[in-house]
Design a protein around this ligand. Structure first.
Ligand SMILES: Nc1ncnc2c1ncn2[C@@H]1O[C@H](COP(=O)(O)OP(=O)(O)OP(=O)(O)O)[C@@H](O)[C@H]1O
Length: 257
C-alpha cells in the first residue's frame, strides 16, 4: 500500500480532533476527504505531511512507518499543497518553484538542465510561466496557489497531499488542476469542499464528521442525499452527470424571507 492511515488519533487540549481514522490510499489513486468545517480534514492531512505528530495511530508510507523516514527522505516522497504552504518569502515565482527541488539537492547545489526544464514544464502546466519573474508577494490568491502547485509538482513526489487546492482558483484553473492530477499518475489525498469536484476527480471519498470517518467508498456509494443530509444538514438532489455519469449534487437555497 502506498499510503495507509492506521487508527490515527489527534488530541489537543483534551479534545479529540481526529478519532480512530483508518484509510488506505493505493498507488495512483485519488482519495478525497470531505466533511463540514472543523471536522478534522486538515488535521488528518497534517499528520501525512508531518506538520503534526498523531497522538495515537500510525501513518505508513510504502509499508514503512512514516516516522522512520528522515524529514528529507519523506519530502522526496510526499509533497504538500496546503493552507500553510509558505509563500511569504519575497522571492520570484521561478525561485519559489525551484525550491520544490530542495529535498533532492545538496546544500546550495544549483539546478541542472533537467531540473530547470522540470521547473519550466511545471510552470507551463500551472499557467504561471508568464509570471516567472514576478515577486510572489505581488500575485493574486489564485496565481499564488498555482505557483505553489507547480512547486509541489517539481518536488517529483509519489504522494501529493492537497488541502483545498482549488479554493482561490477560477473555474478553468480548477478544472485544469484536477485534470492534471488525474493524468499525473500520482497517489493523491485531497481535501475538497466542493462535493461535485470531489465526485469528478476522486476514485474514493472519505467523509469526516467530528473527527471520525463516517463513510468511505466511491463517490457514487458515498455521496447520497441521506449522507449529505446527515453530515452537512443540507438537502441535495443527486443526478448522474450527463456525460461522465459521476454523481452531481444539486442544492436549493432556502425560501426567501
Ligand atoms: N492546534 C489546535 N489546537 C486546538 N484545536 C485545534 C487546533 N488545530 C485545529 N483545531 C480544531 O480542530 C478542529 C478540526 O480542525 P481542522 O482544521 O482539521 O478542520 P477541517 O475539517 O479542515 O475544517 P475546515 O473545513 O474549516 O478547513 C477544529 O474545531 C479546529 O478549531
Amino acid at each position: 500500500m502506498t499510503l495507509r492511515l492506521d487508527a490515527l488519533g489527534v488530541v489537543r487540549d483534551g479534545r479529540a480532533l481526529v478519532r480512530d481514522l483508518s484509510l488506505d490510499v493505493g498507488s495512483g489513486q485519488i482519495v478525497g476527504l470531505v466533511g463540514p468545517n472543523g471536522s478534522g480534514k486538515s488535521t488528518a492531512l497534517r499528520c501525512v505531511y508531518r506538520a503534526l505528530a498523531p497522538t495515537t495511530g500510525t501513518v505508513w508510507l510504502h509499508d514503512r512507518e512514516l516516522t522512520t523516514y528522515t524529514r528529507r527522505d519523506s519530502a522526496r516522497h510526499i509533497a504538500a499543497l496546503t493552507q500553510e504552504s509558505g509563500s511569504e518569502l519575497d522571492f520570484t515565482v521561478a525561485e519559489i518553484v525551484a525550491l520544490g527541488r530542495s529535498p533532492h539537492l545538496r546544500g546550495n547545489q544549483a539546478l541542472g538542465p533537467r531540473e530547470t526544464e522540470l521547473c519550466h514544464r511545471a510552470m507551463a502546466q500551472l499557467d504561471v510561466l508568464h509570471l516567472a519573474d514576478r515577486g510572489v508577494l505581488t500575485l493574486s490568491g489564485g496565481e499564488r496557489q498555482r505557483v505553489l502547485a507547480a512547486r509541489a509538482l517539481v518536488q517529483e513526489p509519489d504522494v501529493l497531499v492537497l488541502d483545498e487546492p482549488t479554493n482561490h482558483l477560477d473555474i478553468r484553473h480548477q478544472i485544469d488542476l484536477l485534470t492534471l492530477l488525474r493524468r499525473s499518475g500520482l497517489t493523491v489525498v485531497i481535501v475538497l469542499h466542493d462535493l461535485n469536484l470531489a465526485a469528478a476527480v476522486c476514485d474514493r471519498v472519505g467523509v469526516l464528521a467530528d473527527g471520525a470517518l463516517v463513510a468511505a467508498g466511491t463517490p457514487g456509494e458515498v455521496l447520497t442525499p441521506a449522507l449529505v443530509r446527515t453530515v452537512f444538514g443540507v438537502e441535495a438532489t443527486v443526478v448522474p452527470h450527463p456525460l461522465t455519469g459521476h454523481p452531481q449534487l444539486l442544492y436549493s437555497l432556502g425560501a426567501p424571507a
